[in-house]
Design a protein around this ligand. Structure first.
Ligand code: HEC
Length: 303
């Protein structure tokens, strides 16, 4: 009987299922929804500063400790600055869509010793923390989150200002916020935002912020790679890795002024005119296409 059952199990696809980072904090049963849909983002305006803030908000490297290890960024909980109905991490959630951000799991400094998860708020709605730029309450709140709750490194004032500017720009959508499809363009847009931000920060002499934005761009390239498995995308994966390494090589040069900004502009032009175009051409065959993800839900193992 056991043998017959084993034979009835469908054959495992030749390539092992790709390890999608987001499934580390996704409720069982919601895998496909989390991988294919997202709450809509309706940014009022998108200055270079806001774009830099959004890129940092999406970067696990902004945080430290357990969050960074898991690949969790602000956007893991606040997808597109909104909420995440599918968020579930055993150590910090009691049901999907909740998290305890005063828990010593992420960073000992802020642990209050109680397990008290609450619904992850949609940052497009007014909340407890004033968005008024005069008092700087949002900046202080975000700084405490990064440093105390998530054990991240002290952000520079320009990084904090950018994240706060982004949070202030998050707005509800006029059409009632229907969820939207995830697409390659999400990652391409954030990659370019991060690079623009890195150039802006380097010009202001903020090398630490420029480096944080390089890391943010590299994270987006990694997310693209998740969606282009080999085979058939061996060449694209190699090129993504090479592009990411080229950015890593610039890390030590963030204080070089013109040399750094010229190198980043060159990288960006090469990426946008080359690899990004190829990725776009193949998007329908990639795992951004929900039709190619049908195998995901039953096979993923959730923590
Ligand atoms: C593990 C999930 C999680 C992560 C990661 C996370 N948040 Fe939150 N965030 C929450 C929860 C839950 C609350 C509600 C806390 C409360 O009400 O006490 C919250 C509250 C907030 C608020 C206040 C909203 C209000 O009521 O005015 C802001 C702003 C915010 N988060 C921004 C951020 C930023 C910026 C980051 C990254 C540095 C971040 N969050 C990372 C879960 C998360």
């Amino acid at each position: 009987m056991a043998g017959a059952l084993a034979l009835a199990v469908p054959a495992v696809p030749a390539a092992a299922p790709p390890p999608f980072e987001t499934l580390r904090w996704t409720a069982p049963g919601a895998e496909l929804a989390a991988l294919t849909t997202q709450p809509a983002a309706c940014l009022g305006t998108a200055s270079v500063e806001i774009q830099a803030g959004e890129a940092l908000f999406n970067s696990p490297r902004l945080l430290g400790g357990q969050a960074a290890k898991a690949g969790l960024s602000c956007a893991g909980c606040h997808v597109n600055g909104r909420d995440n109905a599918h968020f579930l991490m055993a150590a910090v959630s009691d049901r999907a869509g909740t998290a305890d951000v005063t828990h010593s799991f992420f960073g000992a400094a802020r642990g209050n010793g109680r397990f008290d998860p609450v619904a992850i708020p949609d940052l497009a709605r007014p909340g407890k923390v004033s968005r008024d730029s005069a008092g700087g309450a949002l900046e202080s709140f975000v700084r405490a989150l990064i440093v105390d709750e998530f054990a991240g490194r002290e952000p520079t004032p320009a990084m904090l200002a950018a994240i706060a500017a982004y949070v202030r720009a998050i707005a509800p959508c006029p059409d009632g916020d229907p969820p939207v499809r995830r697409a390659l363009d999400d990652q391409l847009r954030l990659t370019v935002s991060a690079l623009r931000g890195a150039i802006g920060m380097a010009r202001r002499g903020d090398a630490a912020a420029a480096r944080a934005l390089l890391a943010a761009a590299r994270h987006q390239l990694g997310l693209i790679a998740e969606r282009y498995p080999a085979p058939p995308f061996g060449a694209e994966r190699r090129d993504l890795l090479a592009a990411s390494r080229a950015l890593a090589d610039l890390d030590g040069k963030a204080a070089d002024g013109d040399g750094f900004t010229t190198a980043l502009s060159t990288w960006r032009a090469g990426f946008e005119n080359g690899l990004a175009q190829r990725l776009r051409r193949h998007e329908a065959r990639s795992l951004y296409n929900p039709a190619n993800l049908a195998f995901v839900a039953p096979q993923q193992d959730n923590r």
